[in-house]
Design a protein around this ligand. Structure first.
Ligand code: ASP
Length: 403
């Protein structure tokens, strides 16, 4: 195994996982634990990694002016790519109308959807009441980031005697977390084998699902493909002046992990390693933009939410006016920012958009059955966009990259 490159190991693991999942459904517990262990190991390092990475990123960026410029570029990239993604989805869903004539009896009862907060709550909750509660909860990443940016910023404001001590300290923690990441990455093939085999074994009636939800799934996948294979490479090429294909090769392990785990946050360690070591983006830029991106930049999720809401409207034969569709676009953008980088977070946020345009909340039940499958594809798109963003921003800051 040693000699085979990691991405080949992962691909072999993927193929074996599909075969195992199909033929050994009853024996799935013999392998599913590997996925659980891998995911736990990734989750274990998220909080210390995000905290140390943002703090060291902000302190290395130096002053308020640089931080402001970099922050602004990052936000502009995140908002504009997500908006383009949503518009791509809106266009395709209006064109193919997958919801027209959809079978309303397929509806399943959605569970756990009461978790969705309103948008104002999501914004207010960015400020944590208790930072240790935020640290102990992987879905409160936005609060952790908020605290880390402030903490890092004020490190640059104190007496250099203390400032340098803290700067060195957090740089050291960050270095250690990255080494730990490299160690965990070695187990990716086993983790992915366990995760994918389990998911394949769970899907008992894929054929029936494809028959009833096929067009909807096809529209989502088509829109994701246009965004991931055309729009983002174009942006990387023309605005980032980098080679999208080389960059794709540099980050593919992270993309497959995003696909298998359906979690941008859990994939973050691998994304950071790939973008720094393989694409050559400086630690200063990647450690600031990537943790932020994994939490707020979700192009795939934004696009998916827009298509899902339009699908629900079509299924209930409710015509949405142009103004209402604009509201869908704006709320989908905000909902994707508010969604946590964990599996099926996007589904929960759909209720916010449905409320904004007065659609029945039970509509979520229509798309529940295929959400988990589509989550894999949208998460990979989310991570791909984060990584392209790091390249574009690094290039705009004059960095020389390997891609
Ligand atoms: N699973 C996605 C992510 O982690 C979020 C979503 O559910 O769309 O990026």
């Amino acid at each position: 195994m040693r000699k085979i490159q990691l991405h080949w190991q992962i691909l072999i693991a993927l193929v074996l996982a599909v075969i195992y999942g199909i033929y050994f459904k009853e024996e799935i517990h013999y392998v599913s634990w590997m996925g659980t262990v891998f995911l736990r190991a990734l989750k274990m390092i998220i909080i210390p990694l995000v905290l140390s990475s943002i703090i060291s990123g902000v302190t290395n960026i130096g002053n308020a002016e640089n931080l402001g410029r970099l922050g602004l570029k990052t936000i502009i990239y995140y908002m504009s790519t997500s908006t383009i993604a949503i518009v791509t989805g809106l266009f395709l869903v209006n064109w193919f109308k997958p919801g027209v004539g959809a079978d309303l009896h397929l509806e399943q009862k959605p569970e756990g959807l009461d978790e969705a907060h309103s948008l104002t709550d999501t914004l207010i909750n960015i400020i944590p009441e208790n930072i240790f509660t935020a640290f102990s909860n992987n879905s409160q990443m936005l609060s952790v980031i908020f605290f880390a940016i402030l903490f890092g910023f004020f490190i640059t404001k104190v007496n250099p005697k203390y400032g340098n001590l803290m700067k060195n300290f957090f740089n050291a923690v960050f270095e250690i977390m990255m080494k730990l990441t490299l160690f965990i990455i070695k187990f990716t093939p086993f983790g992915i084998f366990g995760l994918v085999a389990e998911k394949v074994a769970e899907q008992d009636d894929l054929f029936a699902l494809l028959q009833s939800m096929g067009l909807y799934m096809a529209v989502v996948l088509m829109a994701l493909a246009i965004h991931a294979l055309f729009t983002l490479p174009m942006i990387t090429h023309f605005i980032g002046k980098a080679n999208p294909w080389k960059h794709f090769n540099a980050v593919k392990t992270a993309l497959i992990t995003a696909f298998s785990t359906s979690s941008s946050s859990a994939t973050l360690p691998l994304t950071m390693e790939a973008v720094q070591d393989n694409s050559g983006v400086s630690g200063k830029i990647s450690s600031f933009t990537l943790p932020l991106g994994a939490t707020v930049n979700m192009d795939g999720t934004a696009l998916y939410e827009c298509i899902a809401v339009m699908f629900i409207a079509q299924a209930y034969a409710i015509d949405l006016s142009i103004t209402e569709q604009v509201i869908v676009v704006i709320t989908a953008l905000l909902a994707s920012i508010g969604a946590a980088g964990i599996p099926m977070a996007g589904l929960v946020m759909i209720t916010i958009i449905l409320t904004a345009v007065n659609l029945p909340l039970e509509g979520v039940g229509l798309i529940l059955a295929v959400d988990r499958i589509l989550d894999m594809f949208r998460t990979a798109t989310n991570v791909w966009s984060d990584s392209c963003g790091a390249v574009v921003i690094a290039k705009s800051e004059g960095e020389k990259l390997k891609v």
